[in-house]
Design a protein around this ligand. Sequence first.
Ligand code: PLP
Length: 392
Amino acid sequence: MRARLARRLQDVPPTIFTTMSALALRTGSVNLGQGFPDRDGPPGLLAAAEEALRSGRNQYAPGPGVPELREAVARHQARRYGIELDPDRQVLVTAGATEAIAAAVLALVDPGDEVVVTEPYYDSYVATIAMAGGVRRPVPLRRTDTGFRLDVEALRAAVTDRTAVVLLNTPHNPTGAVLTEEELRAVAEVAVRHDVVVVVDEVYEHLLYDGREHVPLATLPGMADRTVSISSAGKTFSVTGWKVGWVTGSPELVEVVMAAKQWLTFTNAAPLQPAVAHALDHEMAHVEELARRLQERRDLLCAGLRELGLDPVVPEGTYFTLSDVGHLGWKDSVAFCEALPERAGVVAIPAQVFYDDPDESGGTHLVRWAFCKERSTVEEALERLGKADLTA
Ligand SMILES: *Cc1c(COP(=O)(O)O)cnc(C)c1O
C-alpha cells in the first residue's frame, strides 16, 4: 500500500540536520553544521552514569523523574536564581528539552490556537506546533548594530486573544542572542496583559559569554505562575545524546504538561537521571570552564570568518554564530550551504530554513556555523574555507 503522511505533517520538511550531517559524512567535510560537541562531558558525570547502570537503576524511572534529579533541579534553581520549587509538584523530568517542548505545546494548544514563536526558530518548534494543530505566528529577532534583537513591536502586535502560548528561546539558537532584561520585560508585559502562558527554552542557560548572566523569564514580575521553563543536560554537560531534560513551573502548569508527557515517552534514561543529579550538584565548575573554552572558540571562528569576508555576528551565548553571505553573490543560504562541501569540504547550516518568511525578516542569506568543537576542528574548517572560492 502507499504510505500517506498525515495532513498536519505534510508541510513540515524533514529536519535539515539529517540532510547536512549525511552530506558531511559523504563528502568527508568538517561538520560545523549540527550543534554537538566533539568532546564528552565531565568524567564525574560519566562515572555516575556507569555506577547507576551497574547498580540496578535500569528499570522504568517514575513518570515525573527520579526524586534525586527533581531535587537537584530544585536546588539548582534556588541556588542560582533564587527560584524556590517543590521538587514533587514543580519539576518534571523529560526526554530532553525536545520532549518538554512537545509536551508543553501539546498540553496547552488546541487546534486552531495561535502560538507566537521567535524567528529564526529551533526546528522542532515548527513540527511540534503542527502536530498540535496550532497556527504559528513568528516574531523576528532582527540583526542590529548590537547583535540580533527581539522585534518588540512585532511581538506586541502578534499576541492577541487567539494566542494560546508564546514560545521563546533564550539564549537563542541560532542567532546567539541573549535577551536583555528590557526585552524580557516586554515579553512579560505582553504575557500578563493577554493572560497567556510563555514556554521558555533555556537549554543554553549556562553558555553565555563576556560575563553575561542568564535571567530566567520566570523571575520577572507576574511570570512565576505563567512560565513553563525548560532546560536540559545535553548542552550544559556536553552530553547531547543523553536526552535528559526538565520542566519547571507552577504546580498547575507542571501538572498540565505532565498530562501530555506521560503519554509520549512516559519515562526515559533511568540510569542517566541520577548521574545528571550528581552533575547539577557537583560539576558546575566544569560547566564554567566549558563556557570559557566556548568563548575562545567563538572568538577564533568569528575572527576567521570575518577575515574571509563572511560577516559573522558575534554571539552572546550558545554554540552558534550566524554570518551573512549575501554580498558574495549567492541567491540564498541554501545555495551556499549546498555548494560548500564540494567547494571547501565544510558543512554549515542554511539558517533561512528557520524562517517562515526569510526575505521579510532578513534571514535569506544567513548561514549558521557551530563552534562547540575542538580548537583543531575550527582551525581545520577555517583553513579549508581560506583555500576555497566562496563567491557564487
Ligand atoms: C539542542 C536544543 C534543544 C534540544 O535539547 P535536547 O535536550 O537534546 O532535546 C532544544 N532547544 C534548543 C534551542 C536547542 O538548541
